[in-house]
Ligand binder design. Structure first.
Ligand code: COA
Length: 330
């Protein structure tokens, strides 16, 4: 068995900053309400037609550069996204063409906010077995164009932002290592955070009636999401600690999916960790779904929150419901 590690990271958000005050202009909401309930001050929205793969490209290039490999050394592309540019094929196909990567296999995964960790787990298995040596893993979202930016959609529209993160996962030749990954799901909550239409069992899959009924926009049962998130996040962090016989004191930083600041605070409280040990940058970007963990890793590292040899726990919870964690030695 080989060992795997995260060898390079990259992050990209659109230049266009959308503040809570900007949202006040298009819906009945307030800067105070958004900050109090979510911790979000601003997010980024793309301004021109920009596919998810296009947004991801600069992040990918940075990750490849840091991993110090030639792009042609990539054996597999995994993209986690909730917002692919088309129904099919997946965003990984478009990204592979942008990267001019010949016949390298492409794989999209659809586990929303948990996508980056599920992808990390898939990459880890391929590296451990020796099947592949270098895997490009991307979490990227262009959510802004699919949000209901009116008062009717305000409970979800204020949460989400656009962004992309990328990592190169490769065979480890030093002490850095993906130690373990832990994946979970509960489909009985599938309709508690979802987009109904296009509907796979109706013909046509999208109709004027569906659009008029606003079924193309995200729907969220906020209370169910909150209640489950504050239970599942601590559970899955604990699973990662126990699997490696790590104590909370061993951990330099927990990097959770940036769902909502109140959820992050609840995680810290339930795990009895100081808030400084549970990273947050949601005030800057909002909830960027599959992109949030790699973007948080990029920012946390830039801020000096961890360095080589540190033990990290990555954790996510989101639509599905799905939740996951990873124990990583950086
Ligand atoms: N601005 C102002 N008011 C808003 C609003 C907005 N953007 N969105 C909703 N409201 C209103 C509601 O209409 C409701 O009004 P009413 O009392 O007149 O009916 C009121 O605010 C309170 O709504 P409620 O749903 O009770 O708020 P809440 O305290 O449960 O907070 C969330 C709502 C969404 C912030 C909260 O449920 C939450 O954090 N859920 C988890 C969401 C999340 O993290 N999702 C991402 C998962 S990956």
């Amino acid at each position: 068995m080989y060992r795997s590690k995260i060898a390079g990271l990259g992050g990209k958000v659109p230049e266009n900053v959308v503040t809570n005050f900007d949202l006040e202009k298009v819906m009945d909401t307030s800067n105070e309400w958004i900050i109090e309930r979510t911790g979000i001050h601003e997010r980024r929205f793309v301004t021109q037609p920009c596919g998810t793969s296009e947004l991801a490209l600069p992040a990918v290039k940075d990750a490849i550069r840091e991993a110090n490999i030639d792009k042609d050394a990539i054996d597999l592309i995994i993209v986690a996204t909730t917002t692919p540019e088309h129904q099919f094929p997946g965003t990984s196909s478009f990204l592979q063409a942008l990267l001019e990567l010949g016949t390298v296999p492409t794989l999209d995964i659809r586990v929303q906010c948990s996508g980056f960790i599920y992808g990390l787990s898939i990459a880890d298995q391929f590296i451990k077995t020796g099947t592949y040596q270098n895997i490009l893993l991307v979490g990227a979202e262009v959510q802004s164009v699919g949000l209901d930016l009116t008062t009717e959609g305000r409970d979800t529209a204020i949460l989400f932002g656009d962004g992309a993160g990328a990592a190169v996962i490769r065979r480890s030749d030093d002490d850095s290592e993906i130690m373990s990954t832990h994946l979970f799901g509960d489909g009985t909550h599938a309709r508690d955070l979802w987009i109904d239409a296009p509907v796979g069992y109706e013909s046509p899959r999208i109709s004027k009636e569906m659009l008029d009924a606003r079924r193309q926009y995200p729907f969220m049962n906020g209370r169910q999401v909150f209640k489950n998130a504050v239970t599942r996040f601590p559970e899955v962090v604990t699973a990662a600690l126990e699997a490696n016989q790590w104590t909370k004191e061993d951990i330099k930083l927990v990097i959770p999916h940036q769902a909502n600041m109140r959820i992050t605070e609840a995680i810290a409280k339930r795990l009895d960790l100081p808030l400084e040990k549970v990273y947050s940058n949601i005030h800057r970007y909002g909830n960027t779904t599959a992109a949030s963990i790699p973007l948080a890793m990029v920012d946390a590292r830039k801020e000096g929150k961890f360095e080589k040899g540190d033990k990290l726990i990555l954790a996510a919870f989101g639509s599905g419901f799905t939740w996951a964690s990873a124990a990583v030695i950086w």
